[in-house]
Design a binder for this molecule. Structure first.
Ligand code: C2E
Ligand code: CA
Ligand code: CA
Length: 556
């Protein structure tokens, strides 16, 4: 093979030498000339090729031109090239290549397929080095689209970038403007030079806060723009909390600590606008309002989202504080045997009590907790706490485990680490919704839990609200079905609710599992549940969730 190529190469040279004038011209030309056989093996290169690429002729003959490949072209580029030249047409493109030393150069390339006598096919690549021209236009582009001080996009670049994003990702987006509140007084107090450095530092701060986007801009002296593509509306509040963190920050410049405050405004794509211009205009209206309202004010174009965001932000602050300062605490709600009304066990229900003694119930924070990075720390604490109480009090305690934790195999190691004489007094409550989100996986985890020695009991919480099939009940390795409060509430006056409750109880009994009625509030409900054959009852009729000392006096 190698010999053949050498021979071919020699032949190509001979043909060219026959025409001495042309040969000399080609050799000394500034134009890159490279000839390959039909398989792409290089047969001839002129001196320009050596000069531009940095390879010696000997290093190129017999090789494939992919030696110059920059890696910057998509695979389609090469497909199109081969399709074109193999069908006998000339291929033309401006394309980046790589020199021997790794540096990129750009060429304006033509590949010409030439058929010689005897049906021999050759490809002649003729190219001009256009690197300088490309660099220059890139530089012009940069000046046109980027802010020279911070390296972020400028207004022009931001417009192009965001418009593109809107077109490509029509889902959900967040448009943010951030204005440095006290820029002119900073300039006055410290001078323009420090002011410039502050802008650079602030730009870095924005880059770090919003690292998942390249839509970051300085759009005027002290106003920055950010555009985020969102996967869910939750991320609106995450972005909001990042802006909150930017309020009253102190940036170190040289040895000076300069405090900066901001105003910010947000609008949501596509709800508040579907083009760059409307989003910008509307966010700017909100920004002007925020600036008038004073330092640190952050506003949404849509005030409804704003109220929602503010509430959620408060919840996240509370969760952060509760985690850092260990403010989580369990209240316990007892449950009883329906027949005898003897104490059967207690459900641990979380609360947060802040330093001022204010108590927060789960409806205020549980959804956010279950979807935050505070969850695993919380659930580690929760399981530890409940284990300690079982050891101390020797009673059955139920704990609520969120769907997110349950879908993580860590739950298995958490549970298997518990001493077995404690574990069999523990009940794990998972909601029906958790189960139906991924029945097969949940079933597997439940089976593994049940294969431990002295396994914990499993209860399906809020049963009846998740529309799961009764068929599942047959195979579920669970011990207790907790009938949801909404059905119990209506059993006295609504025959249909009673029928549903009766059916759940009968079916559960036949499957040799137990039922627990949640939210029993009246004697009448209790009587009905008793005659329906419900095993366990829990509700305000007996006790609300109470702090542990109250629970202990209850048991006594
Ligand atoms: P859940 O597991 O269904 O807990 C029962 C909820 O119903 C408790 O609300 C309880 O106070 C309330 N309740 C009990 N009996 C009655 C009654 O007779 N009438 C009425 N109207 N309400 C009654 P709580 O403590 O606010 O908890 C709410 C939810 O928060 C719980 O619902 C549970 O899903 C979740 N949760 C509570 N603690 C934890 C926890 O430690 N971890 C996790 N992941 N979730 C928890
Ligand atoms: Ca529960
Ligand atoms: Ca429940």
């Amino acid at each position: 093979m190698k010999n053949l190529i050498e021979k071919e190469s020699q032949k190509a040279n001979e043909i060219l030498q026959e025409n001495t004038i042309i040969a000399e011209a080609l050799k000394n030309s500034d134009i890159w000339i490279l000839v390959t056989d039909e398989n792409g093996n290089i047969l001839y290169v002129n001196e320009a090729v050596e000069r531009i690429s940095g390879y010696k002729k000997e290093e190129l003959i017999g090789k494939n031109p992919r030696i110059f490949k920059s890696g910057l072209n998509p695979p389609e580029f090469y497909k199109e090239m081969w399709d074109t030249i193999l069908s006998g047409r000339v291929f033309n493109a401006i394309t980046p290549n790589r020199k021997k030393d790794g540096e990129i150069f750009h060429v304006d390339l033509k590949i010409i397929p030439v058929r010689l006598t005897g049906n021999v096919l050759r490809f002649v690549a003729v190219a001009k080095d256009v690197t300088e021209k490309i660099r220059l236009s890139e530089r012009v582009q940069r000046l046109h689209n980027y802010d020279a001080l911070t390296g972020l996009l400028n207004m022009n670049g931001f417009t192009v970038n965001v418009s593109q994003k809107i077109k490509e990702t029509p889902g959900l987006g967040l448009f943010i403007l951030i204005d440095i509140y006290n820029m002119s007084s900073i300039n006055k107090a410290y001078g323009i030079n420090i002011g410039d450095q502050l802008l650079i530092k602030f730009a870095e701060r924005i880059k770090k806060s919003f690292e998942n986007t390249d839509s970051l801009a300085r759009i005027s002296a002290d106003t920055f723009g950010v555009y985020l593509i969102l996967e869910s509306s939750d991320e609106i509040y995450k972005a909001y909390s990042k802006l909150y963190e930017m309020k009253n920050s102190v940036l170190k410049i040289d040895d000076k600590a300069v405090s900066v405050n901001i105003n910010a405004a947000l609008s949501v794509f596509p709800k508040d606008g579907v083009s760059f211009n409307t989003l910008y205009e509307r966010t700017d209206i909100a920004l002007q309002k925020a600036k008038k309202a004073g330092a640190g004010v952050i506003l949404f174009f849509d005030s409804e989202i704003e109220r929602e965001a503010e509430k959620l932000w408060k919840v996240f602050e509370l969760l952060k504080k509760a985690t850092e300062e260990k403010l989580f605490i369990f209240y316990y709600q007892p449950y009883f045997y329906t027949e005898s009304l003897r104490f059967a066990g207690a459900e641990a229900l979380v609360r947060i009590i802040d330093r001022n003694g204010k108590l927060y119930t789960p409806d205020f924070f549980i959804d956010q907790l279950e979807n935050s990075h505070y969850l695993s720390a919380f659930e580690n604490w929760a399981i530890g706490e409940v284990i300690e109480k079982i050891k101390k009090w020797r009673i059955n305690i139920s704990i609520n485990i969120s769907g997110n934790t349950f879908s993580n195999p860590i739950i298995l190691s958490l549970l298997s680490a518990i001493p077995s004489d404690v574990r069999d007094k523990l009940t794990i409550e998972i909601t029906e919704r958790t189960f139906i989100k991924d029945p097969y996986y949940t079933m597997q985890i439940l089976r593994e839990i049940k294969s431990m020695d002295s396994p914990p009991k499993i209860a399906i919480d809020d049963f009846g609200t998740g529309y799961s099939s009764m068929i599942y009940l047959r195979d579920l390795p669970v011990d207790i079905i907790k009938i949801d409060r909404t059905f119990i509430k209506d059993i006295v006056k609504d025959k249909k609710s009673l029928a549903i409750v009766q059916t759940i109880i009968d079916l559960t009994r036949r499957l040799e599992k137990k039922t627990l009625a949640e939210g029993v509030e009246t004697e009448e409900q209790l009587e009905i549940l008793k005659s329906a054959g419900c095993d366990l009852v829990q509700g305000f009729l007996f006790s609300k969730p109470v702090p542990e000392d109250k629970l202990l006096s209850f048991i006594a």
